[in-house]
Every structure is written in C-alpha cells, then in structure tokens.
Design a protein around this ligand. Structure first.
Ligand code: S0N
Length: 289
C-alpha cells in the first residue's frame, strides 16, 4: 500500500542545501560541496562568454572532478553553468587555433575530450543542471553526464557544421544512442536549436522544471540517489556504459568485479597463501552452478 511504501522509503527532505567553497584557487569554475549531503557542485564560471570553455577551464574542471571522485563523502556531482543564460556554449571560439584551442600561450589541444571520458568513467552519478544554452561542446558535456535536469529556458543544439567544427567522438555516438540515429543526423546536419520540452521528447533530458526550481529539483534527485547503495549505483553506471564503451567499458566493469572479489574469503585465501609461502587451499569454496 501507499502507507508501507512511505514507511520504507520516507519523504525526500526538502530543506535548502548549505554550499561551502571546496577550493578557492579556481578562476574559470566555482567548486562547492555540501559535504553533509554528499553532493559536489562544479560550475563553469565564464557567464560573459555564455560559459564557453577554454583549455584552462577544462583543466580546472578536471581537477574538481578528480577531487569529487576521491572524496568518499561525495556521492553525486552536479555540473552546471554560472547564471541563467547558459549551461555552456562549447569551446571558446576566440581561442581556436589551427590545431585545437590555446590559452595562456600554451600549446593547442582539445582537452575537453579527456574531460568527457573522465565524467563517463567517474564511478558516481554526474547530473547536468542546465539553464539556458547548452550548445556545441557544452551540449556534448550534458550528454556525457548521467542525468540532465533542464530549466524551462534551456536550449540545446549543435553549431559545429556552421562554425567549422564537429565532435565525431562521444558527441556523435552518445547523441545517436540518446536521440536515435535519424534525430542525431538532424541535430548535426541542420544545426537547429531545440527548447527544453522538445529536448525532453527527444530523450536528451530527464525532466524539465521551472527555472526558479532548477536547483531545488536537482537536489531532490541527488537526495533520492544518495539514499541508495553506493556500490549498486557504481556497478550500474559501469554496466550501463559497458556495452557502448567496448574494451574500455569492459575493463572498467571488470575492475569493479575484481574490487569486490578482493573482499571475499576465497580471494583472501589466495593472497594469504602467497604471503605464507604455502599452496592455497580453495577446497571449501564451491564451483557454483
Ligand atoms: C550560445 C549562443 C546561442 C548565445 O546567444 P546570445 O544569448 O545571443 O549571446 P551572444 O551575444 O551570442 O554571446 C554573449 C557573449 O558570449 C560570447 N560567446 C558565446 N559563445 C561563445 C563561444 N563558444 N566562444 C567564444 N565566445 C562566445 C559572445 O561572443 C558574446 O561576447 P561579446 O559580448 O564580447 O560579443 C551564442 O553565443 C552562440 O551561438 N555561441 C557560439 C556557440 C558555438 O558555436 N560554440 C562552439 C561550437 N563548437 C564547439 O564547441 C567545438 C567543440 C570542440 O571544439 C571540439 C570538437 C571535437 C572534439 C573536441 C572539441 C573541443 O572543444 O576540445
């Protein structure tokens, strides 16, 4: 009955989150945590550029994601953009060179590809919280996140073929998985923009909420996830990506199997026997059907 469901699952608390700065040294992002809650929030902070990223932005994002991964008090990471006008408008076109993007006089690169991989392999859910534009490489960033919560002012689209760029990696393959091969062709070939309601119909986003409720709703989703088993969530994220990620997906999923096997008496017998310089005795362990 509804009553027993309520007893077992309870209400999701709705109190406001208390954010604390997690690292003050960043220039292009804001990194905050609600440690008591288990939530980290990583915000691209270039609103005057519609949160376009430069290589330096991506480096900071990667450092924050690494920290959120290593912090065992954190279970869910939110990726978002400063302000209400944009989640992220992709690579900073003013810094585009003949072979990538360059800032601070550094050698050009396309380091956002490493960030995409990092988000996909992070063993914790990453939620894109999207207000305003998610365009170009910014739209790809939201796609590589596990879930997307969109404000009703969100706009999604690709501009690559218009501005002379494209993402033939995750930007094509994950998009095709999410919206289907025909719609992915439409998004890339026509470079149209789609509002939040269309994006939800296409399967790009999980839900659409009023802009003023965006963070509140995202936190509610975080809290619902955080009540569940960290290991089950870890294995599920890995499993949901494995088939598309081929060897790399299997390698990650396999790593999780090893991680769990280490905790069994059977695995410990192997290690102990090695350290005691004796033959392992696995006779008490069954060859399960
Ligand atoms: C987002 C849009 C639609 C917003 O329009 P709106 O609200 O009218 O604002 P604007 O007046 O246009 O913009 C405000 C200010 O922000 C600057 N700006 C906006 N976006 C960018 C950007 N991407 N780069 C640099 N500056 C940006 C404007 O110039 C303006 O500045 P001021 O006030 O000084 O004039 C609209 O802004 C828009 O269409 N933006 C461009 C979107 C775009 O084309 N993005 C690039 C798409 N391509 C990529 O992201 C490539 C990704 C990539 O390079 C890649 C591909 C494969 C593998 C790897 C990579 C990689 O990045 O590493």
């Amino acid at each position: 009955s509804g009553d027993s469901f309520h007893r077992v699952h309870g209400d999701v608390p709705s109190h406001a989150v208390v954010w604390r700065t997690a690292a003050a040294e960043f220039t292009d992002i804001v990194y905050e945590k609600a440690v008591e809650e288990g939530i980290a929030k990583i915000m691209i902070n270039r609103p005057e550029k519609r949160n376009a990223f430069r290589p330096h932005t991506v480096k900071e994002l990667m450092r924050a994601f690494t920290d959120a991964r290593e912090d065992t008090s954190i279970g869910v990471v939110i990726l978002t953009g400063q302000g209400t006008k944009a989640f992220c408008s992709g690579g900073d076109q003013a810094l585009r060179t003949d072979d990538g993007y360059s800032d601070h006089g550094n050698f050009s690169n396309l380091n956002v590809l490493d960030l995409q991989v990092q988000i996909r392999r992070l063993p914790k859910p990453v939620i894109a919280m999207v207000a305003g534009y998610a365009i170009g490489g910014g739209q790809i960033l939201h796609m590589v996140c596990d879930l997307t919560i969109a404000a009703d002012n969100a706009i999604f689209g690709q501009t690559g073929p218009k501005v002379g760029s494209f993402d033939a990696g995750y930007g094509s393959s994950i998009m095709s998985r999410l919206v289907g091969p025909k719609k992915a062709r439409e998004m890339w070939f026509l470079t149209r923009f789609y509002d939040a309601v269309e994006a939800e119909k296409m399967g790009l986003v999980n839900t659409v909420v009023a802009l003023e409720n965006l963070e509140k709703e995202t936190i509610k989703w975080c809290r619902e996830i955080l009540r569940n088993s960290p290991t089950a969530i870890r294995l599920l994220k890995s499993a949901l990506n494995a088939v598309d990620d081929g060897h790399s997906g299997l390698q990650e999923f396999g790593g999780n199997a090893t991680l769990m096997f280490y905790g069994t008496e059977e695995a410990k017998e192997g290690k102990t026997a090695y350290l005691q310089r004796r033959r392992p005795d696995f006779s008490k362990f069954h060859w399960r059907p």
